[in-house]
Unconditional design. Sequence first.
Length: 299
Amino acid sequence: GLPARVRIHEVGARDGLQNEQGVVPTEVKAEFVRRLAGAGLTTIEATSFVHPKWVPQLADAERLFPLVRDLEGVRLPVLVPNERGLDRALALGAREVAVFASATESFAKANLNRTVDEALAMFAPVVTRAVEHGLTVRGYLSMCFGDPWEGPVPVDQVVAVCRRLKDMGCDELSLGDTIGVATPGHVGRLLTALNEAGVPTDTLAVHFHDTYGQALANTLTALRHGVTTVDASAGGLGGCPYAKSATGNLATEDLVWMLHGLGIDTGVDLGRLTATSVWLAGQLGRPSPSRTVRALAGA
Ligand code: HMG
Ligand code: MG
C-alpha cells in the first residue's frame, strides 16, 4: 500500500543553492525560505555550517539563519560536519542538525577530506552533543547506489554505514543517490536489506537525484516499501558537482504532482510553490529544470 501522507524535506535552500555558480544574496535566500514556508513546506533545510572555503555559497549562514529561525511551525535543519559546525549552529539556536556521511571512500575524501571511518569518528561527538542538547539529528548517507569513481555500490556496504549512523544516535537517515544512477529494483533491494538489518523504515528518508530520469520511479518504490519522508528541491535546484550531468535533485513540484495525483497528502500548495520557483529562477537568471514548473508556469 501507499501512505496517506508524506513529509517533504525541502533541500532547495541548502542543497540547491550550494551548487549555484554565483552566490545568492542573503536577503534573497531568506525570502526563498519564507516563500517555501508560505507554500506549506514544514521541513526546510536552511543552510550549512561548513568551512566557507569549501562551500562559499553558504558562507553567510550566520547572517541567514537569524532571518528565518522564527518562522512558525517550520522545522529548519542545518548541516554540520564537525563540532565546530555544531557550535556555530547551537549559538544561533538551531533545533535540528544533519551530519553527512558517505558510503564510499572516494566521496568521503572529496567531500570531507576524510576516510569513511575518520568521517564517522568526526560525527560521533557531534551527534552525542546534539542529542544532549535535545536536537533532532539526521544522518545523510551519500553514494548509496553508485559512485562516480567506484561505480555501483554494494548494498552491504551501504547497510553497514547506515547501522553505524543509527547506533551513533541519528534519529533519521537520508539515503542519497548523489549521482542519480539508482533504478527501482536497486532501491527495493537496499530498503529490504536495511529492514532485515533492523533499521526501522519509518526512520528512513530518500534523497533522489533525477540525472537519469529515475527519481519519481525510485520514490514510488520507496513509498511502497514504507518510506514516508522524501527529500526534494524546489524547482529542481542543485545537483552534484561530481555527477556528469547538470540535472539535480528531484524537483519538489514534480514530487508533489505525483503525490497529489496518488491522493497522498503533503500540505503543499502547488501553485504557490511553483510561483516561488519561478520567482527564484528570475533571481538566478535561468529557468527551472522542473517539468512541472515548466508545464504549470507555461515557460
Ligand atoms: P578540513 O580542511 O579537513 O578541515 O575540512 P580541518 O578540520 O582540518 O580544519 C581546517 C580549518 O577549517 C580550521 O581553520 C578549522 O577551524 C576550519 P584554521 O585553524 O585553519 O583557521 N573549520 C571550520 N570553519 C568553519 N566551520 C566549520 C569548520 N570546520 C573546520 N564547520 C571539513 C573538513 C569537514 C570542515 C570540510 O571538508 C567541509 O567543510 N566540508 C563540507 C563539504 C560540504 O558541505 N558538502 C556539501 C554537503 S553534502 C551533500 O550535498 C550531499 C547531500 O545532499 C546528499 C546527497 O545528495 O548525497 C547531503
Ligand atoms: Mg542532493
